[in-house]
Design a protein around this ligand. Sequence first.
Ligand SMILES: CC(=O)N[C@H]1[C@@H](O[C@@H]2[C@H](O)[C@H](O)[C@@H](O)[C@H](O)[C@H]2O)O[C@H](CO)[C@@H](O)[C@@H]1O
Ligand SMILES: [Zn+2]
Length: 271
Amino acid sequence: MLFVHAHPDDESITTGGTIARYASEGAHVAVVTCTLGEEGEIIPPELDQLGSWAGDQLGGYRIAELAEAGAALGWAEHRFLGGAGRWRDSGMAGTQANEHPRAFVRGCFDEQVGQLLSVFEELRPEVVVTYDAVGGYGHPDHIRAHEITTAAVRLAGGVRRLFHTVSSAEATARGLADLRRDEKVPFRVPSDEELPVTPDADITTRVDIAAHRKAKFAALRAHRTQVTVGPDCFALSNGIAQPVPHTEFFVLVHGPSEGAETDLLGGLPPC
Ligand SMILES: CC(=O)N[C@H]1[C@@H](O[C@@H]2[C@H](O)[C@H](O)[C@@H](O)[C@H](O)[C@H]2O)O[C@H](CO)[C@@H](O)[C@@H]1O
Ligand SMILES: [Zn+2]
């Protein structure tokens, strides 16, 4: 199984429970991260000078955060697309960082697809997971990760299923309602409409990760420059509470659907 993500933290935020579950069940799980997250904001004030506005050392620091998260989730392999530092975090849409000469979104599309195909040839994934066409919430690096992964799966031929990681509208609304009742939540709890979600009618696959939430929270804590963990929730540097459902949600976009209702590998005959 191969998870293709844009920044160090995305793998834990969107698919951390699924990675931990399949790794614990003996699947060979690998993660590709396309950038080092150099343009991220920084939560702990004592680390502020690592930022791109100062020492520009955040990318290197996030490599260590990612390694810690990987140890918590138990993946077998990790690769940076094109090698660590090849593609730079492009920053949020419309920021100056989009123009950086190494910005991921400015990179040669065919070169990036070729680099991902090299990982496919090395690891030969049966199942690939990435973002949907809007990158979950519109980040340009997420959209580019979706685009190169879609192209690579089409060209590679050997991938049996491709899924998009999504957030369930119903699970998010239930989770936010629970957080509104918890006075210990140290973050602003958003309205249901503020978080990007997918209608549950569009979701094809629901992976139970209840037994792996502890590992997911450990991985979220590892990304300390980007994530603060609260009681049964977390927040990014924007201080907006996000629930952590006991399920992670996916939309199957390539491959046989039979058996995929609760298992990314379900119903796939042995190779
Ligand atoms: C989860 C994710 O994709 N994080 C990205 C994102 O970070 C957000 C960004 O800094 C935004 O301005 C903040 O309000 C928000 O709280 C952050 O999560 O974009 C960063 C820059 O491209 C990236 O490094 C980070 O991994
Ligand atoms: Zn991201």
